[in-house]
Structures are given as structure tokens and as C-alpha cells.
Write a protein that binds this ligand. Structure first.
Ligand code: NAD
Ligand code: ZN
Length: 282
């Protein structure tokens, strides 16, 4: 069974490599699954500890914050605690290596709020220029890379829930000094409550990132969806848009998803598949 599965995977990898060899414009959409092997749970995983009784979907909304801001803020502080020492895995690193190689025009769009793509790019740059340097992940609070297009915001940024003013006091601190205090913070301008700068369920996506994502999806020759359940819209619509415009769709996910029009499925973990795929491409 295992041999059969890996024969199928090898075959599909071969097909994917061939398609990519004939293409130049690539749009990549990543979801929580690409960070799973770094130890960051997806929304489909059951929450642990104190948070076991809650569904993530019931905490990540403006209504939840209005109803019980302490609860939602504490949950985000807990998630920050969970994520702050996590490092990119071999999928993020392979992707960064591919981008750095410059063989294709790649637009990287992510639904993730972590900064593991940015850390991987930093790692790739440092290891190229200073091969002997043990490059530590960049302090994630200051780690914003304009070539990673975040559709759902950033876990490490905060803003006022009323006047939208960015709240930088906590966000500006270096990684090691992050204050995970669960006490609510008020805006110095309007006294509104400070909230994470994350796109919650029911909220609009940032216009700039969304426009870039739509354009890249509509104009790409190959669309690669990695580690996303394709249930959360509008991000899930990007693959459809790419397909309607003639792109081939490749999906990397060990589990079946809601995407019904995929051309090639690489049914394995992203951390296993991405290095294999990138080795073949470069
Ligand atoms: P999701 O939780 O709905 O789905 C995760 C998908 O990843 C599933 O289809 C699962 O089969 C797949 N998966 C699990 N392990 C994998 C692996 N090793 N390799 C490849 N795929 C794997 O996530 P979503 O589709 O991104 O959408 C949910 C929302 O959750 C997004 O809006 C996102 O912002 C948010 N979220 C983000 C993070 C993060 O930033 N790391 C973590 C949890 C949730
Ligand atoms: Zn304010």
C-alpha cells in the first residue's frame, strides 16, 4: 500500500515538475497546514489546555471580542505564546529557496498570520551570504516582508478596535521580550480597546493584498495551493479564479479538500513534498 502510494506521489511529482518547467508565472496560496509541521496547530486541530472547550471560529470574530474582550485577547496572547518560538519547516525553506533562485515569477499569498515565510526567506538569504553563520529566526515582531502577501493579517501586530490606530508598543518589542500579559490595553487616542490586527471571520480583507492575490491568480499559469482546507472564502475562491483563466491547479495536502477542480494532487505533508518538488524544479 505504501509503495503504491509513493509510486502515485512520484508520478504526480513528475507531472507537476513538467508543468512547472513550461511555465513562468506561479501563484502560491498557503494555509495553516504549511505551518503544522512547525508545531502550530491548524484550525481543524482540536484546541488544547484551557482552550479545549472553544472552537477557534467562535473566538476569531468581532462579535466575540465585543461580547468578551478579555477572553479573545487572552486567546491571542496564548496563541502568541504558542507560536513565538516556532521556526520555519522544510516546506517554508524549500519555498524560500525556490523564490530566491529566480527561476519563476512567484507571487506568494498566505492565509497564515504567523511569520514563518518571512523567517524562511531571512534564513535563505543569510545562509547564502554567510554559509557558516547559524542564522537564528528573525525577531518576529519586526519581521514584515512585502513579498509575502498576508490575506488575514499578522499575529504580531495590534491596532485600536475603534480608531484603527496601530498599537506599536507591544508590537515593537524584540521577540525575546514579548509581553504575553492578558490584561486589556486601551488606545492612547480614543480609549478604545486594542485588538490583534487580524482579519476575523466576517471582516473584509486588506485591499492591497487582496488585489495582488486576485491579479496573480487571474494571470498565473500554475496555481499551487498548500495546506489549506479551501473552506474559508474569499481566499478559497482564488484557485477557482486561476482555473477559469486557464491555469493548472496543483494541491499539496495529505487530506482531501473542498477543491474539486485540482489537476494534480500531491497527497502528502508539505514538509515532505516541497523539498522534493523544488529539488526537481531547480
Ligand atoms: P485549515 O485549518 O482550515 O486547514 C488546514 C489544512 O491543512 C487542512 O486541509 C489539512 O488537511 C492540511 N494540513 C494539515 N497538515 C498538513 C501538512 N503537514 N502539510 C500540508 N497540509 C496539511 O486552515 P486554512 O485553510 O488556512 O484556513 C483557516 C484559517 O485559519 C485561515 O484564515 C488562517 O488565517 C487561520 N490559521 C492560521 C494559522 C497560522 O497562521 N499558522 C494557524 C491556524 C489557523
Ligand atoms: Zn483608538
Amino acid at each position: 500500500m505504501l509503495a503504491e502510494t509513493s509510486a502515485k506521489l512520484t508520478d504526480n511529482l513528475q507531472q507537476a515538475t513538467q508543468i512547472l518547467a513550461q511555465s513562468s508565472q506561479i501563484c502560491i496560496l498557503t494555509g495553516a497546514g504549511i505551518s503544522a509541521e512547525s508545531g502550530i496547530p491548524t484550525f481543524r486541530d482540536k484546541q488544547t489546555g484551557l482552550w479545549e472547550q472553544y472552537r477557534a471560529e467562535d473566538l476569531a470574530s468581532a462579535e466575540a471580542f465585543e461580547r468578551d474582550p478579555e477572553l479573545v485577547w487572552s486567546w491571542y496572547q496564548w496563541r502568541r505564546q504558542l507560536v513565538h518560538d516556532k521556526a520555519p519547516n522544510s516546506a517554508h525553506l524549500a519555498l524560500a529557496r525556490w523564490q530566491q533562485a529566480g527561476s519563476h515569477k512567484i507571487t506568494l499569498v498566505t492565509q497564515n498570520v504567523d511569520d514563518l515565510h518571512e523567517q524562511a526567506k531571512h534564513h535563505e538569504r543569510t545562509s547564502r551570504h554567510e554559509p557558516s553563520n547559524d542564522s537564528k529566526p528573525l525577531g518576529n515582531l519586526n519581521n514584515i516582508d512585502s513579498t509575502v502577501h498576508h490575506l488575514h493579517g499578522h499575529l504580531w501586530r495590534n491596532r485600536c478596535s475603534q480608531c484603527h490606530k496601530p498599537y506599536t508598543e507591544q508590537s515593537a518589542q524584540p521577540k525575546s521580550d514579548i509581553d504575553f500579559d492578558t490584561k486589556l490595553i486601551h488606545c492612547s487616542e480614543c480609549d478604545g480597546l486594542i485588538r490583534p490586527d487580524i482579519v476575523w471571520f466576517g471582516e473584509s480583507l486588506p485591499v492591497d493584498s487582496w488585489q495582488i492575490a486576485e491579479q496573480a491568480a487571474a494571470n498565473c499559469e500554475v496555481f499551487i495551493s498548500i495546506g489549506t482546507s479551501s473552506l474559508v472564502y474569499p481566499a478559497a475562491g482564488l484557485a477557482q479564479l486561476a482555473k477559469q483563466n486557464g491555469a493548472k491547479i496543483i494541491e499539496i495536502n495529505p487530506n482531501p479538500t473542498a477543491n474539486s477542480f485540482v489537476d494534480i494532487t500531491l497527497a502528502a505533508k508539505a514538509g515532505e513534498v516541497m523539498p522534493l518538488l523544488v529539488d526537481r524544479i531547480l
